[in-house]
Design a protein around this ligand. Structure first.
Ligand SMILES: CSC[C@H]1O[C@@H](n2cnc3c(O)ncnc32)[C@H](O)[C@@H]1O
Ligand SMILES: [Zn+2]
Length: 424
């Protein structure tokens, strides 16, 4: 008898869809196979596709508050003329409600875990605790050339890790999140890496997002962001870089040699007109590529199914090859690779892996006819087909309803915050 039994689903196991039952004990998958199983809670999956939970590997969760606030601008103007001004007005409680809204949207669209880099992170951690989702959290640090600021930022970032790492049965992993090579000096980034090594933790950072960034870093430090980071010993298997658009072949080889993971955020990159990452090349080199949405102000949703489809389509068009990335590989980027990037044993329907599992309704007009569930999922999903979501062995979404959150209350709160930022 298992705690939870998912029965007769079409399950994504070892890269293919097979009819199977899944037994969950505590927070782990304890059984995957064809034997008839029982559970204290039994979920009938006869009409469902069952996949490992999606991992959104780069977010600024509470930016739901600024969804639609600053449109049709390139990254530099978006940040400098709009976003950084209103972020100064953010209070902790705003971040709490904005984060809950982001979590609500992610759970409803099959995301079981995310990696966030933002401010007022205690509030994000509280929202993660209450909702039941899994998260890797980092306080977003930038020294901007000031030694005093560097000391303070590192202190806040370190305290956050000490207070929250492994909270809620290990659902929260707390790591370092320096913003970018153009807001953080190499001296500061070196201190962050040393602290990360001492605490045995990960570092999540934006790198090579725009042409401007590369030219700016070159003009100040005489080398590109990736070469600069490599020179200070910043890059290793516990480094996760978001974007990685403007790289030459040699820089890609450096990322491979150092075992760095890359988070591809195609929709944000298109919307801010930053560029298109060479994901096929990164993938072919053997780099661990995972997927992210970035913040809701540059996307404007937290629906990872959109990133899955966009990743596939963009690589087809920039390589001129319709088979640039296999659908199976892209689904792996959205699941297993995200968990792997942050050293979490999840993202696979396999015994011993974390029980982060998503059930999807097969009986939808957009999946009809279903020749191959993999292709239906990757190319025809809206995200709203998700019916059940289990995180850490707990059922959080049932028949499309998030059991742990009050959807109307969260929406009312975030809608009411708009007033504060409208005039800014
Ligand atoms: C200091 S907390 C994180 C910081 O990052 C900003 N941000 C959001 N999206 C992006 C992006 O695509 N590139 C760079 N910075 C980004 C966010 O607004 C916060 O200020
Ligand atoms: Zn970002």
């Amino acid at each position: 008898m298992f705690d939870v039994a998912i029965k007769n689903g079409l399950c994504f196991v070892n890269g293919e869809f097979v009819q199977a039952n899944i037994g969950i004990e505590g927070n782990l998958i304890a059984y995957v196979g064809r034997d008839d199983i029982c559970g204290d809670l039994e979920i009938d999956a006869r009409e469902k596709i069952v996949i490992p939970g999606l991992f959104n590997a780069h977010t600024h969760l509470a930016m739901t508050i600024f969804r639609g606030y600053a449109e049709d601008l390139p990254l530099k103007d978006w940040l400098e003329k709009k976003i950084w001004r209103v972020e100064k007005l953010l209070e902790p409680e705003d971040v709490y409600w904005g984060s809950l809204l982001g979590i609500l949207e992610m759970l409803k669209t099959g995301t079981t875990a995310f990696s966030d880099l933002y401010i007022h992170m205690d509030e994000v951690a509280k929202a993660v605790g209450e909702s039941g989702i899994r998260a890797v959290l980092s306080y977003g640090m930038a020294d901007r050339g000031s030694k005093e600021k560097a000391d303070l930022e590192l202190k806040i970032g370190t305290e956050f890790i000490k207070n929250w790492d492994n909270a809620f049965n290990g659902r929260i992993r707390a790591i370092f999140g320096p913003h970018a090579p153009y807001t953080c000096t190499p001296e500061f980034l070196k201190r962050v890496k040393d602290a990360a090594i001492e605490l045995n933790t990960y570092v999540h950072i934006h790198v090579a997002e725009t042409k401007w960034e590369v030219e700016h870093v070159k003009s100040v430090y005489g080398k590109t962001p990736v070469r600069l980071l490599d020179e200070i010993g910043f890059l290793d298997e516990r480094t996760v870089i978001a974007h990685a658009i403007w790289l030459d072949d040699n820089e890609m080889r450096i990322l491979k040699e150092r075992n760095v993971s890359v988070v591809h955020c195609p929709i944000s990159n298109l919307k801010l007109a930053s560029g298109i990452a060479r994901v096929k090349d990164l993938h072919d080199l053997g780099i661990n590529v995972c997927l992210g949405t970035d913040g809701a102000s540059s996307n404007n949703t937290y629906n990872l199914f959109e990133e899955i489809k966009m990743t596939s389509l963009l690589q087809k068009v920039i390589t001129g090859r319709a088979d640039a990335l296999k659908a199976k590989e892209v689904l792996k980027m959205a699941t297993e690779n995200g968990y792997r990037a942050y050293g979490i044993k999840g993202g696979k329907l396999e015994r011993g892996y974390l029980a982060d599992i998503v059930l999807i309704d097969r009986r939808r007009h957009n999946y009809c006819p279903m020749y191959d569930p993999l292709h239906s999922l990757v190319y025809a999903s809206y995200g709203c087909e998700v019916t059940h979501v289990i995180v850490d062995g707990e059922l959080l979404v049932e028949d499309g309803i998030v059991l742990t959150l009050d959807e109307d209350k969260i929406m009312d709160k975030v809608e009411s915050l708009k007033e504060k930022f409208e005039e800014s």
